[in-house]
Design a protein around this ligand. Sequence first.
Ligand code: BG6
Ligand code: MG
Length: 214
Amino acid sequence: MKAKACLFDLDGVLVDTARFHYLAWKDLAQRLGFHFTEEDNERLKGVSRMDSLEILLEIGGIRLSQEDKILYATQKNSLYLTYIETMTPEDILPGALEFMKAVRREGIKTALGSVSKNAALILEKTSLLPLFDAIVDGNLISRAKPDPEVFLKGAGLLHVPPQSCIVFEDAVAGVEAAHRAGMKCVGIGSPEILKEADLVVPGFAGLDPGMIAW
Ligand code: BG6
Ligand code: MG
């Protein structure tokens, strides 16, 4: 059977914004007086902004009022946005654009499945927007990954049944969300981290769209 739709996560899959998220959270942790490692950061991938803050505070053993939480989340986002502002199409990860174009030539539909509320800005800065048949971002969903909502909504907009969809993800929470949606998942990253993915590749460079037939 051939896939009818590909659903792409954004941060860390199509663009290297996962790095920017990490740098912004690390800066916040530093200001709160603790060190935040890249290993800690794996727990934040695919997780919403406020849930990420909760995990960060748990790691640092810090308690904050709701008011302060909103203040710090806003500060983190402001720093993150300064990184995003500098983005151009050059920031698309190697092979991602070519892969998306090849998939579309095959007649396979494409959707964005990201929990980020900044997705529209990133798609505009990188000129990726025209490559999607549907967009689902953090403004359209009420539950972040590992909940399957973001991918089920994407499949719904494309009118493709979940079992004919393939998700591309760099986050453990995203792989779980794809499986809970009843979809196959290609992990982008390391097999040690993305243990549950159906296939793991280091990136799109050299990934043949023929590989997504199963
Ligand atoms: C996900 C990232 O794509 O978006 C998470 O993997 C991030 O790290 C989440 O927290 C929410 O992003 P934003 O841009 O709405 O703060
Ligand atoms: Mg991601």
